[in-house]
Design a protein around this ligand. Structure first.
Ligand SMILES: NC(=O)c1ccc[n+]([C@@H]2O[C@H](COP(=O)([O-])OP(=O)(O)OC[C@H]3O[C@@H](n4cnc5c(N)ncnc54)[C@H](O)[C@@H]3O)[C@@H](O)[C@H]2O)c1
Length: 278
């Protein structure tokens, strides 16, 4: 794998979870990092989102590795805020070589309980947020003749499940958006690829409201109680995948030498993709 020395990576949802793991791996390999995170809870999301101290901790971990880090509090659903974040990144580092459109929220709610606010939150963050990120970084990358964009879908971006209408719709949308962007940018030196994770061990999955939804028969389900339900969503008999395994794919797609792979979807889902047609 190439060094990322001299590169700048722009990572949304970078305060914690998979975004943090990607940031630290890229920083370890030489990249300067821009972290964007909302650091505010949403009334439509049942579990807590990142807090400011998590963003600061991730930024410190990057600088402890000897790299520079710009941490921006912004909502990916806000196009003006994303344009400002990209402008600040270019002011600070002069370039953006890698963008990981990773910020996301999950709402598990059946159609009758799915409010307009929930729908708007999920589509706003997961789909419009990816559009805002890609649209804001693409001109900077195209002008430099180089870029590696990785967007984040899900195994739910190629399948469906009860209670997942908004999340699934947003993640299917990410694939259509990213393939279109890959074609538009094909002549510019910028690649656009999608990752589609399965159940990844982060706070999006390990939280009480989701555990209760997975095991409604139990008063206070534990990780062990929900593990068989999560495992049933994968083909390989594992309930959870560590974020570092997702990061390995991000590093591959972000590599300078990965220059002729664009418009693809790479699953990291313990075989769940084998059950669907594309
Ligand atoms: N964990 C899983 O099982 C799983 C599976 C498939 C896909 N994904 C996707 O992976 C990505 C990363 O999720 P994660 O697992 O690290 O979860 P996470 O909840 O730990 O991290 C998500 C981050 O995004 C931030 N965020 C949320 N909404 C935002 C907004 N509007 N603007 C800016 N920041 C915002 C949160 O504060 C948080 O730091 C998401 O797109 C998620 O949908 C996760």
């Amino acid at each position: 794998m190439s060094s990322f020395s001299g590169r700048t990576a722009f990572i949304t949802g970078g305060a914690r979870g998979q975004g943090r793991t990607h940031a630290l791996a890229l920083a370890e390999r030489g990249a300067d990092i821009v972290l964007v995170d909302r650091c505010t809870d949403s009334a439509s999301v049942a579990y807590p989102l990142a807090i400011r101290s998590e963003l600061d901790d991730t930024a410190k971990a990057v600088t402890d590795l000897g790299r520079r880090c710009l941490a921006v509090v912004a909502d990916v659903a806000d196009r003006t805020a994303m344009d400002d974040a990209v402008a600040r990144a270019v002011d600070e580092f002069g370039r953006i070589d890698i963008a990981i459109a990773n910020a996301g929220v999950s709402v598990a709610e059946g159609l009758t309980g799915l409010t307009e606010a929930m729908w708007n939150e999920v589509i706003g963050t997961n789909l419009t947020g990816v559009f805002n990120t890609v649209a804001a970084v693409a001109p900077v990358m195209a002008a430099n003749g180089y870029g590696r964009i990785v967007t984040v879908s899900s195994m739910m971006g190629r399948s469906a499940a009860p209670g997942m209408a908004a999340y699934s719709a947003s993640k299917w949308g990410v694939i259509g958006l990213s393939k279109s962007a890959a074609l538009e940018l094909a002549g510019t030196g910028v690649t656009v690829n999608v990752i589609a994770p399965g159940n990844i061990s982060t706070p999006m999955v390990h939280n009480e409201p989701l555990y209760k939804r997975m095991r409604p028969d139990l008063e206070a389900p534990t990780r062990d109680d929900v593990a068989p339900v999560f495992a049933s969503l994968h083909a390989q008999p594992v309930p959870f995948i560590e974020p570092e395994e997702v990061t390995r794919v991000v590093l591959f797609l972000a590599d300078e030498l990965t220059s002729h792979i664009t418009g693809t979807v790479v699953p990291i889902d313990a075989g769940a993709a084998a059950r669907v047609s594309s």
